[in-house]
Design a protein around this ligand. Structure first.
Ligand SMILES: *Cc1c(COP(=O)(O)O)cnc(C)c1O
Length: 404
């Protein structure tokens, strides 16, 4: 490998051929300002100490590592360990990044935050960080996602943020991102855009990754403490790719640990109704960055489908594309029904109701990976969030299955 990981991305924000900045000139100055501020904060012990203190006292970190004994017995193979991001404040890993970026915005003297949200977990996380720090917050959310994730709509409003419904296109995450970028371009002097995943133009993929690697740093130490060795596999679901990259990156130099990302297969990649950007997409540009995108031959972005709103996005972070090209990470997909089955299985076997997003990773581990491995081996899975928000979606899926 010519370039080691810690050196990337390069100054242009590139991971190999991926990443970069494909944005209008009007955003370049704002992205430069953000990069300079972020790099200074990253290297400032005071900023890191402030963030670490809040991650502990406000977010509840470190989150536990849990040996899922009944799930392991059910799968009949490798030991399954869950990294409990569902126990982080607000119920998902999103808060690690939202808090980091909100602190950065405060440091930059910006009092207004804009954010997009799909499943609503990032909207909740951004609204939470803004309430705690006394900042204004506007959250853009597609109307379809507002319907699918109604509990989170109420949570965001309760936290004092304004929700702006997005009615364009499929009315989901892709359109919400576009609206948020438009707002940022217009109000950039006093506004910071908190992107919720490792996507978008440089420096976002780098910055969000750095804020999320707390997941993998903790999990690596916790696995060593619990078992005396590293896991054979680390597995996580991939939407934009932030909980997975946060888990994977601290293991990248551990050649014995295989890293597997699980994308949303929806109705099946072959049907065209899916959200598997790597498994069913091609290289292109979306929201300012070069990576795998679900698009037509001539670059038209296609509508995606997943039962899980948090995975329903036609792109993926550029660092995933690069790690895949290097052969360091592997990607598989899990379809809607298998994710729903895993959701119910973890709930009844372990007393943990997982997010539908996380259920994709668990489905792959329980149905395919763990049973193929010996009992002495260990699989670490990121339980990226809790599933309270998904009750309505599960009920609808059950009703649809009953009607069939
Ligand atoms: C947003 C979300 C995801 C998907 O986003 P990534 O950036 O791929 O992590 C996964 N799980 C939960 C619980 C989420 O809220």
């Amino acid at each position: 490998m010519a370039t080691t990981r810690s050196e990337l991305p390069d100054a242009a924000g590139r991971f190999g051929d991926f990443g970069g900045r494909f944005v209008p000139e009007t955003l370049m100055a704002a992205l430069d300002e953000l990069t300079t501020a972020y790099v200074a904060a990253r290297d400032d012990d005071g900023f890191q100490a402030e963030l670490a203190a809040l991650l502990k006292s406000f977010v509840g970190r470190p989150t536990p590592l849990y040996h899922a004994a009944r799930l392991t017995a059910h799968a009949g193979g490798a030991q399954i360990y869950l990294k409990r991001e569902d126990l982080a404040h607000t119920g998902a890993h999103k808060i690690n990044n939202a808090l980091g970026q909100a602190l950065l915005a405060q440091r930059m003297g910006k009092r207004r935050i804009v954010a997009e949200t799909g499943a609503g977990m990032h909207g909740v996380a951004a609204a939470t960080a803004c309430a705690m720090l006394g900042m204004d917050c506007v959250v853009y959310m597609g109307e379809e996602d507002m319907r699918r994730q109604e509990p989170n709509v109420h949570r965001i409003r309760m936290l004092g943020a304004e929700i702006r419904p997005v009615t364009a296109g499929a009315r989901t995450l892709k359109e919400a991102v576009s609206e948020t970028i438009r707002d940022w371009v217009t109000n950039v002097a006093d506004t910071h855009y908190i992107i919720g995943s490792v996507v978008g133009p440089h420096p976002y993929p780098m910055m969000v990754r750095d804020f999320q690697t707390v997941i993998g740093r903790e999990a690596r130490a916790q696995m060593l403490e619990a078992t005396g060795s590293l896991p054979e596999y680390a597995v996580a679901c991939v939407g934009g790719g932030s909980n997975s990259l946060g888990l994977f990156v601290p293991f990248v130099d551990d050649a014995s640990v295989r890293l597997i990302g699980v994308e949303a297969g929806g109705d099946g990649i072959e049907t065209g109704r899916h959200a598997a950007s790597i498994g069913g997409g091609r290289v292109g540009v979306l929201h300012g960055s070069m990576s795998y995108v679900i698009q037509t031959d001539d670059g038209q972005i296609l509508d995606t489908h997943s039962i899980s709103a948090g995975l329903d996005y036609p792109g993926v972070g550029p660092e995933h594309a690069w790690l895949k090209e290097l052969g360091r990470t592997e990607y598989v997909s899990v379809n809607d029904p298998e994710a729903v089955a895993a959701f119910k299985l973890v709930s009844t076997l372990e007393g943990i109701i997982p997010a539908l997003e996380s259920a994709h990773a668990i489905a792959y581990v329980v149905d395919t990976l763990a049973p193929s491995l010996p009992r002495e081996q260990a699989v670490l899975v990121c339980l990226s969030g809790r599933g309270d928000k998904d009750m309505g979606t599960i009920r609808e899926a059950d009703e649809a299955a009953g009607a069939r």
